[in-house]
Design a protein around this ligand. Structure first.
Ligand SMILES: Cc1ncc(COP(=O)(O)O)c(C=O)c1O
Length: 347
């Protein structure tokens, strides 16, 4: 038999696979920045009602866009819908030429997608306090063509100020601002799309709207960029359940705001508790990154796991001090349980 492996694209061997957070029955999962409240009951009702439609192709994209346009105060022509914002990252990288530059640490999806497509990817370290290094970023991104910035940033929860984003946009490169955690922060740069032709904002229904399992996100940019990215996407990239669920979720903004409010309150409570013993990083997202040294991050995670709580171990970030763990904010009940377990174990 002849070996098929000689046909592999050489750069595929370099791809670092994405490792998702563990899900174990009976455990509290605080490892993937999901929304443990679940979606509005209006979403659940619509999923039940629409199940007889699985034999037809999805056909509600325009209605979804209409709702998103209303939510974001923009036009339908400024929107593209993706199979999670993950897919939009991929589509952007298929549409525009690299090299790509991003932050470190940040969401691993940018690097993985770039590697899969054989594009050059490099990153620039955040400041030691995880703040955005504006001047250094501008200086070091001179040779790149696509910039991925995430604000609030995963996994640090830190944000980039609008005036810094403007400075980056002024450089004229394709600039993606990933606002997956926008609702937990409340500030956006969507309004800048009329001013900057090179801006693409990414959002998702996976976090505040609690639809991670259905896979739906959206991109916002000027009409020309959106129509270019549309050429690259598969015609039925988003399934009908995701479409109906997104519409229903946007018809119950009140519910989303209520649970986001609880998550932000619990984020404060958890931050204060962690501060008594460890070094949490102030966060504008639905998670907190915490330096648990002098414990090792592994020991911290293992001890919580023994108590049936799963958090995400990041270990040491190269070039930074500390032993890092990321903890998603669950429901208020889960947060109380977490705090009581932390007190038993470490205080
Ligand atoms: C910053 C960031 N962007 C994008 C994604 C992917 O989101 P989606 O579930 O919409 O693909 C995530 C998921 O955790 C994320 O943290």
């Amino acid at each position: 038999m002849k070996s098929p492996y000689k046909y592999i694209k050489p750069w595929i061997k370099e791809v670092e696979p994405y490792i998702p957070g563990k899900t174990v029955k009976g455990y509290v999962k605080l490892a993937s920045n999901e929304n443990n409240y679940g979606p509005s009951h209006k979403v659940l009702r619509v999923l039940e009602e629409k199940k007889s439609l699985v034999n037809v192709y999805p056909h509600m994209q325009e209605e979804v866009k209409e709702k998103i346009a209303e939510y974001c105060n923009i036009e339908r022509e400024n929107i593209i819908i993706g199979n999670g914002s993950d897919e939009l990252i991929d589509l952007i990288l298929k549409t525009f030429k690299g090299p790509i530059i991003a932050l470190f640490p940040t969401f691993s999806g940018y690097k993985i997608c770039s590697q899969i497509l054989g594009e050059r990817y490099s990153d620039i370290k955040l400041n030691p306090d995880f703040g955005f290094p504006t001047e250094k970023f501008i200086e070091k991104s001179k040779n790149s063509r696509i910039i991925f910035l995430c604000s609030p940033n995963n996994p640090t929860g830190t944000v980039i100020r609008e005036d810094d984003i403007r400075k980056i946009l002024d450089e004229g490169k394709i600039t993606v601002i990933d606002e997956a955690y926008y609702e937990f922060y409340g500030k956006t740069v969507v309004d800048l799309i009329d001013e900057y032709e090179n801006l693409i904002v990414l959002r998702t229904f996976a976090k505040a709207f609690a639809l991670a399992g259905l896979r739906i996100g959206y991109g916002i940019s000027n009409e020309n960029i959106i129509s270019l990215i549309h050429r690259v996407k598969q015609p039925f990239n988003v399934n009908s359940f995701a479409e109906y669920a997104a519409i229903a979720a946007l018809e119950d903004i009140e519910y989303m705001k209520k649970i986001v409010g609880k998550i932000k309150k619990d984020r404060r409570t958890l931050f204060d508790k962690l501060s008594e013993k460890f070094r949490p990083i102030p966060s504008e997202a639905n998670f907190i990154l915490v330096d648990v040294s002098p414990l090792s991050s592994e020991e911290f995670c293992d001890k919580l796991y023994e108590k049936k709580i799963i958090v995400r171990n990041f270990g040491r970030f190269e070039g930074f001090d500390g032993e890092y763990v990321r903890i998603s904010i669950g429901t208020s009940e889960e947060n109380r349980k977490l705090i009581s377990v932390l007190e038993d174990l470490f205080f």
